[in-house]
Design a protein around this ligand. Structure first.
Ligand code: HOZ
Length: 428
């Protein structure tokens, strides 16, 4: 394929935007080459600036669960825009989407809308700290909760006691309040509880991890976390930015039948516009300003265009009783197809899947946490990524990202993708 125009646009972007991109993973640093510039997209397909058509498995990193330029969402945004694009004042549609979200998701009474998943998670831990009166949080290595300071933390030398910044600009003071546990390892959580008695406000987790590839929780793991949190009076936060309104109407809480204390949303809830949200039962949400002492605000929060897109998307999902089953079936179909062709080509691999999230890892070991994910062969992944691109299939330009399946994919698209994997695998 020819990417001349994308390369030229990237060079132009590099002179005025750091690294040529507004979010680092888009720069293709993990796979080499230059990023593809999108001209437009419709349904399951991207059309780039060089005229290439690609089947899209990123889907804007999740929001496009019903495909790109989904007509009801596009129309809702157009109609709303004609009536004004931002007021910084309450509008009725905010209550409408809040009512719908609260009716779809188990165990929440109130929801507050923000502009991104990063904001949602940042606000959720502030609320948890304010509500419990404690400072420390536990996150899991490899889980990503956006780029606010408290989350850009890696395990320090004394991992049992506190973490250390993994980005300059994050202070040691902030890092000392974030503790790192190991995904799917309840003993690592217990050890942190033991060493930090009475100091931990909350645990935040992606109930299915999507930022070290797709990693589902082991049987019983989320339940064990829930029980530990109950025992120690610690809040459990589910970061459902990826899983919310994707794994089921009620997200991972519904799928795994586990109640979280605070739930964070992004991606699907905005229908492709910048929306995040966090939600909990009354007792916790009433701790937020203006009712309570924990401050959180935003001029563009509850923006009418974003709310129109989000409401239309949630309505579409709420009115389609089969959509989550269809998505899971399509993902399972890919899983079976990939397994067959990768095995036929004798490629060492593991495939992880949950609902409509899936990832291929080039490793022999089961991928259950960050360490096992990092053992994947990145040289093989790079070849695989570029091979798939040549075949007309766009996957995330990093082995640490999950693929997101859209309902716009047809079984012909899935067969095409499986055959692409087959052709690429034969050259790996
Ligand atoms: N945070 C995303 C990766 N999990 C990347 C977002 C983007 O580049 O748009």
């Amino acid at each position: 394929m020819n990417y001349k125009r994308s390369s030229a646009l990237f060079a132009q972007a590099e002179s005025v935007i750091p690294g040529g991109v507004n979010s680092p993973v888009r720069a293709f640093k993990a796979v080499g080459g230059t990023p593809i510039f999108v001209k437009e997209a419709k349904g399951a397909y991207l059309y780039d600036e060089d005229g290439n058509k690609l089947i899209d498995y990123i889907n804007s990193w999740g929001p496009m669960i019903l495909g790109h330029a989904y007509e009801p969402v596009v129309n809702a945004v157009i109609e709303k825009a004609k009536k004004g694009t931002s007021f910084g004042m309450p509008t009725e549609i905010e209550t409408q989407i809040a009512e719908l979200a609260v009716s779809m998701v188990p165990n929440i009474d109130k929801i507050r809308f923000v502009n991104s998943g990063t904001e949602a998670c940042m606000s959720a831990i502030r609320l948890a700290r304010g509500f419990t009166g404690k400072d420390k949080i536990i996150k899991f290595a490899g889980c990503y909760h956006g780029h606010s300071d408290s989350f850009l933390i890696q395990a320090g030398s004394g991992a049992i006691t506190f973490g250390s910044p993994n980005s300059p600009g994050v202070t040691k003071g902030t890092a000392k309040d974030t503790l790192l546990a190991i995904y799917n390892d309840i003993e690592s959580v217990k050890a942190l509880f033991e060493a930090n008695k009475e100091e931990i406000a909350c645990i935040i987790i992606e109930p299915v991890a999507g930022n070290m590839g797709c990693i589902p929780p082991k049987d019983g793991f989320l339940n064990d976390l829930r029980n530990l949190c109950n025992e120690h009076n610690i809040l459990l936060i589910f970061d459902e930015v990826m899983t919310g309104f994707r794994l089921a109407k009620g997200g991972a809480q519904e799928l795994f039948n586990i109640n979280a204390d605070i739930v964070c949303f992004g991606k699907v809830i905005g229908g492709g516009l910048p929306v995040g949200a966090f939600a909990a039962r009354n007792e916790i949400m009433n701790y937020l300003a203006p009712l309570g002492p924990v401050y959180q605000a935003g001029t563009l929060s509850g923006n009418p265009l974003a709310m129109a897109a989000g409401l239309t998307m949630l309505e579409a999902l709420n009115n389609d009783s089969e959509v989550f089953t269809r998505l899971a079936e399509k993902t399972e179909y890919l899983h079976k197809g990939f397994t067959e062709v990768l095995n036929n080509n004798r490629i060492n691999h593991k495939i992880n899947r949950a609902g409509s999230m899936i990832s291929i890892h080039f490793t022999e070991e089961n991928v259950v946490d960050f360490e096992t994910s990092a053992k994947g062969n990145n040289e093989t992944f790079k070849k695989f990524f570029h091979g798939m691109l040549e075949e007309g299939v766009y996957i995330a330009p990093s082995a640490f990202e999950t693929w997101f399946i859209t309902d716009a994919l047809t079984y012909d698209d899935l067969d095409f993708t499986i055959e692409a994997v087959n052709k690429v695998a034969s050259k790996l």
